[in-house]
Structures are given as structure tokens and as C-alpha cells.
Design a protein around this ligand. Structure first.
Ligand SMILES: [Ca+2]
Ligand SMILES: [Ca+2]
Length: 209
């Protein structure tokens, strides 16, 4: 009898279990259907699961059994490379502040891009609350502009502003040169010159998963 056979089988077994990611999980919906995969993203409403062949399935959280819903609640998606440890996760995105005294808008935007993100798109009051908390009363760039058509404000993905949080009397387009939005100390928005050196001390970067 070959004594090395049990050892060979053990190695084979260990090899087999090690290819299965530790974060993989069997998900069960209320009607008993199951799917096996690794969670990669979530919002309040849904969780996105990557299955073995790489496909992603987004499942409404309310369709899952209670144990799975609880798991999603307490779970945070993996931070992509470059996302700092103190970043905040909200509705499918990570947000983080970078401080850089008197930073111009192009420098801030280029740094965000190099890190695989973009200056934050503040499309909802909930995101406003996230970025305002991160800013902590300092003046920071976010990701909107009316550079293409004066008065037509858009986020970096081309979506027009729906939610806005302008400070009273803004945007002013002062001297015809203000095409970029930032948070004032109050958290309200102002349009400003992209090379403005006046007290802008940072920027908020967003990574959409
Ligand atoms: Ca303008
Ligand atoms: Ca202004």
C-alpha cells in the first residue's frame, strides 16, 4: 500500500478549500433560492454579490432571509487601493478628505484621478451630510462645474445638478471666472475660480465601487 496516498489526498483537499475565497457565502432569499458568492458592494436597498464566474448579481436586501440581512448591515465593502483608512462608506461609494493648503482645483482633480477616484459628486442631502462632516468646517473642493455652459452646473459624470446646497446669493460667477463648486466653512456651496488660492485647504475624493 502506498503510504503517501493519504498525505497526497490531504494536500489535494487543502488545495481545494484554499481556492474558495474566505469571504464567499451562501445567500438565501425568502423563497428558499440560494446563490453562492462574495459580497462586493452595498447600498441601503441592495447588496451586490460576485459569483464564481465573475458575474455580479445585485439583490434587494429585503428579499434576503434575516441572517443575510443582518450580515449585510454589519459588513463594509473592501476599500480599493489608495482609499485611506479613515474613509467613510455611503451608498456604494467611499469618501475621504485630503488636506493640502491652498490647493487649486486642477491639482485636486488630478490627484483624485491618479488615486482611481474623482472629486465628490454631492447628488443628495445624505452625501452632503457625509462630505460636510469630512470637511469639518474647512473649505474643500467637490466635483461640479459650469465650465462648458455658464450657469449649467454638472457633476464630473455629466449629470446635471438636481440637488443643490448653494450659500445665499451663490453662484455669483464673479468676474465671469467662477466655474467650480466648493464647500464654504458653513458647508454651503460657492462657485469659485479654479485657481483660487483663497483659503481652500483640501478636497473630497469619492470612489464609486
Ligand atoms: Ca460660472
Ligand atoms: Ca461665487
Amino acid at each position: 500500500m502506498n503510504r503517501s496516498l493519504p498525505i497526497f489526498l490531504l494536500i489535494l483537499f487543502l488545495g481545494f478549500i484554499s481556492v474558495s475565497p474566505a469571504s464567499e457565502r451562501v445567500w438565501t432569499s425568502g423563497d428558499g433560492r440560494q446563490i453562492t458568492g462574495e459580497p462586493v458592494n452595498k447600498t441601503t436597498e441592495s447588496v451586490t454579490i460576485r459569483v464564481a464566474n465573475g458575474d455580479r448579481h445585485t439583490i434587494p436586501v429585503k428579499q434576503l432571509i434575516e441572517a443575510d440581512r443582518k450580515f449585510v448591515e454589519g459588513w463594509l465593502p473592501k476599500r480599493p487601493f489608495n482609499v485611506p483608512e479613515d474613509a467613510v462608506f455611503h451608498e456604494g461609494s467611499w469618501f475621504a478628505i485630503f488636506r493640502n493648503h491652498k490647493v487649486s482645483r486642477p491639482v485636486a482633480a488630478a490627484h483624485a484621478k491618479r488615486m482611481g477616484g474623482h472629486l465628490a459628486y454631492v447628488k443628495t442631502i445624505e452625501i452632503q451630510k457625509v462630505v460636510q462632516k469630512l470637511a469639518g468646517g474647512s473649505q474643500v473642493w467637490i466635483g461640479g462645474s459650469d465650465r462648458e455652459v455658464e450657469g449649467l452646473w454638472k457633476w464630473g459624470d455629466g449629470e446635471k445638478f438636481d440637488f443643490t446646497y448653494w450659500s445665499k446669493g451663490e453662484p455669483t460667477n464673479y468676474r465671469g471666472r467662477e466655474d467650480y463648486v466648493h464647500l464654504l466653512k458653513s458647508g454651503r456651496w460657492n462657485d469659485n475660480d479654479e485657481h483660487s488660492g483663497t483659503a481652500l485647504v483640501g478636497y473630497i475624493v469619492q470612489w464609486q465601487l
